[in-house]
Design a protein around this ligand. Structure first.
Ligand code: UDX
Length: 451
């Protein structure tokens, strides 16, 4: 049976969720307060780059199952299930999460709900938020206790958002166990197709469901910082972290995924989520449990400075007056997201040390320009590398993995390549007489020996 669904927020999470719920056969209304986003979505354009999303959006706009609106009243009248998919960014000048947008949805929506309904939160929130929001929603709504709030955290990765929504590893549902209402039944209806495909649904209390999301991101961040710490040791010992990662990754208990050493993690989730987690643990009096996350954060930020130092070293000690090409600005490939992007951050730091920096990215130039207007931007990788003293690969786009050392060698001033993501094959570059440096890969000689 089809459900009537509203999704609040049309960013990376909300827009994807709305389109994918329609793809599952439901009738969906996507709600946002930003008219420009709504106008784009209504005309079948995704306001950001996410592979495969535009097709799903267009198909479901055309078949009439998906529409967009700025009206909470329309959403409240229409839907039985209300998903919250708005952002919870880091507070300015503090580690905690800014919950203004999530709270605004409850404040505006709950008073308009006049028949039994379920609100399902998807946004990443500090543990304890859902219980508080549930209470507030029941206070505000004319139907009181017949309005239920449950939490259904989202684990989607940018670049794979559609796939992660339609074929997730698992579904998590936190319910207010004292209330024992219809939340689980409604959620099972929404995800019927997924459940029929044997995707596990784990039902738990509200607090645990909130923690599952933060714990998952904290674990991923820790895994990346672990391998980056190993990279530091490898650099000191003249060893190769990529081979080390392959070798330890064969142990199924460890696993090779998320062991790519480089300039570290960024984006709109991992950095702010580990910080919000530390802040919340502090409020709960459990700060000691998460002091290691501070180290995880520090290791991560140190990778960025290391990349800047390595660039200076590679061109003779100083960046002043040099020309540096930066290939990659997005926080990861297949995304145009530059929120807390290590690549852009490094480009900015290098510029501050007196270099002229030219940036190229296949999709993220527009967003980068908005954030760092003083950097120079090129239309192609080759243009960015024109007369460069060093070329830095900072996001592992397929396009950069396939760069031809010989063609690039024809436009640069010095054949120096720094692989911030360990995504190139050093042998290809060394063969063409480039100086190659990868993060955590020791000296050029040891790399050439291995290859
Ligand atoms: C992450 C989580 O993976 C996802 O489950 C959650 O819902 C939201 O946060 P996302 O931010 O899209 O997703 O990116 P992710 O693929 O996790 O990458 C995060 C950062 O880590 C990127 O900057 C990436 O380049 C970096 N990374 C990832 C590494 O440096 N090394 C790795 O081995 C993997």
């Amino acid at each position: 049976m089809n459900c009537r669904i509203a999704v609040f927020g049309t960013g990376y999470l909300g827009a994807t969720h709305a389109a994918c719920m329609a793809e599952l056969g439901h009738e969906v209304i996507g709600v946002d307060i930003d008219p420009s986003k709504l106008a784009k979505l209504e005309s079948g354009q995704v306001p950001f780059f996410e592979p495969g999303l535009e097709e799903v959006l267009r198909k479901n706009l055309d078949n009439g199952r998906l529409r967009f609106s700025s009206s909470y009243q329309e959403a409240a009248d229409f839907a039985d299930v209300h998903f919250i998919g708005v952002g919870t960014p880091q507070k300015k000048g503090e580690f905690g999460a800014d919950l203004t947008a999530v709270e605004a949805v409850i404040e505006n929506l709950a008073p308009l709900i006049t028949r039994p309904a379920v609100i399902l939160g998807k946004s990443t929130v500090p543990v304890g938020t859902a219980a508080r929001l549930g209470e507030r929603a029941r206070q505000l709504s004319p139907i009181g206790d017949a309005l239920e709030l449950a939490w259904n955290p989202e684990f989607l990765r940018e670049g794979y958002a559609v796939q992660d929504t339609l074929q997730p590893d698992r579904l998590v549902l936190g319910i207010d166990q004292a209330r024992n209402g219809r939340a689980e039944e409604e959620t099972r209806k929404v995800y019927k197709t997924l459940l029929n495909n044997n995707i596990p649904l784990l039902v738990m209390d509200l607090a645990t469901s909130e923690l599952v999301k933060t714990a998952a991101n904290a674990f991923l961040a820790t895994k990346i910082s672990f391998i980056n710490a190993m990279a530091e040791v490898c650099e000191a010992a003249n060893a190769d972290v990529t081979i080390l990662a392959d070798a330890i990754g064969y142990d199924a208990r460890i696993g090779r995924r998320f062991l790519n050493a480089g300039i570290g993690f960024g984006g709109g989730c991992l950095p702010k989520d580990i910080r919000a987690f530390m802040a919340r643990a502090g409020e709960l009096g459990a700060d000691q449990a998460l002091t290691f996350l501070r180290e995880v954060d520090t290791i991560n930020m140190r990778r960025r400075s290391r990349m800047v130092e390595l660039t200076a070293e590679a061109i003779g000690g100083t960046l002043l007056g040099s020309r540096i090409a930066v290939l990659g600005a997005a926080f990861k490939p297949d995304s145009d997201d530059v929120r807390d992007s290590p690549a852009l951050n490094i480009a900015g730091q290098i510029q501050l040390q007196g270099a002229s920096v030219v940036v190229y990215d296949p999709k993220a130039i527009e967003n980068s320009r908005r954030l760092f207007p003083t950097l120079e931007y090129a239309d192609t990788a080759l243009d960015a590398c024109h007369k460069a003293d060093a070329v830095l690969v900072l996001t592992e786009w397929e396009e950069f993995k396939n760069l031809d050392p010989r063609t690039l060698g024809g436009v640069v001033r010095e054949k120096v390549i720094l692989d911030g993501r360990n995504c190139l094959n050093p042998a290809d570059w060394l063969k063409d007489e480039w100086t190659y440096r990868g993060l955590g890969r020791g000296s050029v000689e040891s790399v050439s020996m291995v290859n």
